[in-house]
Design a protein around this ligand. Structure first.
Ligand SMILES: [Zn+2]
Length: 391
């Protein structure tokens, strides 16, 4: 567990059943999804290297920019879009001369960073609890792939922090997020500091990605080490607070030994939820007593209300389209997840369903439900930007 990041206990077992399921699911996917992940030789999926001179061939911590795809001509089985979608939005052009990430769609001009939780040696939640045959990390990746395809088909610029079953440290994921934001801010002339300062921050963050460790003592937390916010992180936050067109979505599944819990839950952070949690940690967590663990100024300035709005947009659309996922736990929660806390983007963590619940689990095994969840998340993103009136 890292600094207020209540991830489930990790266990690692390789499971044949889920891989067979995923393989079958992958084969059954639409041409759109398939083209995203299997046609990299044709340039449809390309590693996004923010600075070729700094990039390495190391597979650790690479993140991928998903090239936009023209919407596949829809059949009568087109996933239904929610009635909650604003009327004016969906105007995908019929132009066939689309260039990479130039699809005209309701999400053109918006950027979504997708984090498929866990992976590799960190399976996330498992079921059954002993001799598990289901691993959360596999579901997360599959759902994130579907969401990437959905968002991409609507014209969004999509980045995935994990695209295979590799382990990527929490802080490497956050460093990648900062690096993507540095590129976007620079591209759009929104750097709140000099390009020299941007390069300095890049070098630091690339180091964090390369170390790829969460442990405090190994230096893998980079500028994110400590409670509160240091100077480097403050600069990054200030930059990211201006990137209204960029949001962050982390995809997870929930699990509980209370087998009655089920449904979708959303988590987000606010200044207060982070500060309150860190004050508690200072009393109870031995990491906070380490001499190399800085205790810094508390920092106010997050887009608290935007985070909450995004969480509600996600919950309302997922449950609106799949009422079976209405939860009997708290639907929308302010908390202190590091993956949301350590950057300045509006973002949420989606616990799509409970792996420990029989009905939720079988729902996730139906590919059409995963597609419906992805469409719902796409709808939620559209409605969020519409509500915010972000151009
Ligand atoms: Zn998880």
């Amino acid at each position: 567990m890292n600094q207020g990041n209540p991830q489930p206990v990790k266990k690692s077992h390789f499971v044949r059943n889920i891989l067979i399921l995923l393989l079958c699911s992958a084969l059954a996917l639409s041409a759109l999804t398939a083209s995203l992940f299997f046609l990299d030789q044709k340039g449809k999926l390309e590693p996004y290297k923010y600075r070729s001179q700094h990039s390495t061939e190391d597979s650790k911590g690479k993140y991928y920019r998903i090239a936009s795809e023209p919407s596949t001509p829809t059949t009568s089985e087109e996933p239904t879009t929610s009635s909650m979608i604003p009327e004016q939005t969906s105007t995908p052009t019929e132009s066939t001369e689309t260039t990479e990430s130039e699809i005209e769609g309701e999400l053109s001009g918006y950027v979504i960073i997708l984090d498929a939780g866990h992976g590799g040696r960190d399976t996330g939640a498992v079921y059954p609890f002993s001799n598990p045959t289901y691993h959360e990390c596999d579901f997360n990746l599959h759902i994130a792939e579907q969401v990437a395809a959905e968002l991409s088909s609507r014209g969004a610029e999509v980045y995935m922090l994990r695209t295979d079953d590799s382990w990527i440290s929490l802080y490497a994921r956050i460093a990648m997020t900062h690096l993507i934001c540095l590129d976007i801010a620079e591209r759009e002339g929104k750097l709140p500091f000099s390009s020299e300062r941007a390069d300095e921050l890049r070098v630091m963050l690339e180091g964090t990605v390369a170390i790829n460790e969460d442990a405090v003592g190994l230096g893998g937390m980079g500028p994110m080490v400590g409670s509160g916010v240091g100077e480097d992180l403050e600069d990054l936050f200030e930059m990211e607070y201006q990137l209204d067109q960029v949001i962050f979505l982390s995809i997870h599944l929930n699990s509980s030994e209370r087998r009655t819990l089920h449904g979708t839950q959303l988590y987000y952070v606010t200044d207060e939820s982070v500060i309150e949690s860190e004050r508690n940690q200072m009393r109870t967590n031995s990491d906070f007593k380490r001499s190399d663990f800085p205790i810094r100024e508390e920092y106010y300035g997050r887009h608290n209300e935007d985070n909450e709005l995004l969480a509600h947009c996600m919950y309302d659309n997922i449950v609106g389209n799949l009422p079976e996922l209405q939860t009997n736990a708290n639907p929308v929660n302010a908390d202190n997840y590091a993956v949301l806390r350590e950057h300045g983007l509006t973002g949420v963590l989606i616990e799509v369903a409970y792996l420990s619940d029989d009905r939720d689990r079988s729902l996730l095994e139906e590919e059409e439900n995963v597609e419906q969840i992805s469409v719902s998340i796409g709808d939620g993103v559209v409605i969020y930007f519409h509500e915010k009136d972000i151009p």
